[in-house]
Each structure stands twice: as C-alpha cells, then as structure tokens.
Design a protein around this ligand. Structure first.
Ligand SMILES: [Cu+2]
Length: 191
C-alpha cells in the first residue's frame, strides 16, 4: 500500500541536466558543426597536398630555394652519378656483421664538389632490387632542404644549382648514420 502522506506531496520537478538547457544544446551543436567543417577542410587540403606531391617528399622551396634550387630536368654544366652500394646485407652477409650493425649501405661517392651557380645534374642509381633509399639534403643550419625517395632499381636525377659556397650534407634517412655524404660548394669556376 502507498503511504497516503506521500500521495499528497506535490510531484517532484522533472530532473534537470546540463543538456536540457537549450543554450547548452545549441553550443554543442555549433561545436559539432565547427569540428565537422575543420575535418572537411583538413581532408580537402590534405588531398590537395597529396595531389601536388605524395607523402613527405619535397623539393626546396622558400628559404631552402635560396640555398639550392632543384629541378627534375634541365640544362646542366656538370654531371655526377651516385650509386647506392650494399656493404653488408641480409642477402649476402657477412652474417656476423649484419647481426652486429644491421644492414649497412653507402652512397658512392660520398663526397661531391660542385661550383656555385653551376647547374649540376646528380643522378642516383639505386642498385638494390628490393631496398628503397632516400635522399635528404641538409643545410648548414640542419634544416632539411629537400627530401626525395630513391626507389629500388631506379635511376633518379635532378639538376641542382647551389647558390652559396660551403658544405652541405646528404643522407639516406633509412640507413643512418652510415649512408651519408657531403657536397662542397666551391666558388664559381674561374673566379
Ligand atoms: Cu638507404
């Protein structure tokens, strides 16, 4: 039996939650809309970026292009071929070396001299059938000026024009620290 005293009490007010406040609900809706817009804008700009270039790969632009300009093809006054050499790899060994150091590769040559403002074609031959290498050019302030991939069994070349005398490092970021080299930019020929 219900207690008659309780039956006489007024009904309790409906339970209020923060979400039952209309202003709060509107604010949440606006926030959701803003998040959705951000997601759409983010996705479309990512699509635009990948249309221009795929992945993290890029040629010098902006401040980096003041140090070196790089184009895929063009007239060059000098040319250099750089190959990727397997020093110790799982396919050929020596097994003890691979166990101790992991797979070891090198660029050959690892030292290149160029003249400032002389367009120089550098062609990379990735000699490995199943190993991808890459090429990162590192400026004097340790900024990555360009980063490109060197796919297996592929010749990849660019024409580089260095605009400042000095030393620039290059690296395959997959095989560090051993797969590294230097480019010495000399004053213009005859100067
Ligand atoms: Cu490599």
């Amino acid at each position: 039996m219900k207690d008659p005293a309780i039956a006489l009490l007024p009904a309790p007010p409906p339970k209020m939650t923060l979400f039952s406040v209309p202003e709060f609900r509107r604010a949440i809706r606006r926030l959701m809309l803003a998040l959705l817009l951000c997601a759409i804008v983010g996705a479309s700009s990512a699509t635009a970026a990948t249309t221009a270039r795929t992945g993290p790969f890029f040629l010098p632009s902006g401040a980096a292009a003041q140090v070196v300009s790089v184009v895929p093809t063009g007239a060059a006054e000098a040319g250099i071929t750089v190959v990727t050499e397997a020093v110790a790899v799982k396919e050929k060994g020596p097994a003890a070396t691979v166990r101790k150091f992991g797979e070891v590769y090198t660029f050959s040559p690892t030292f290149i001299a160029v003249h400032r403002d002389e367009p120089t074609q550098i062609e990379f031959w990735n000699l490995q059938p199943d190993d991808e290498h890459d090429f990162a050019l590192i400026g004097p302030d340790l900024k990555v000026l360009m980063y490109e991939k060197l796919p297996p069994l592929t010749r990849t070349s660019w024409v580089f024009t260095f605009h400042r005398v000095g030393l620039i490092e290059f690296k395959c970021l997959r095989h560090q620290p051993e797969m590294s080299g230097q480019i010495l930019v000399l004053p213009p020929a005859g100067s």
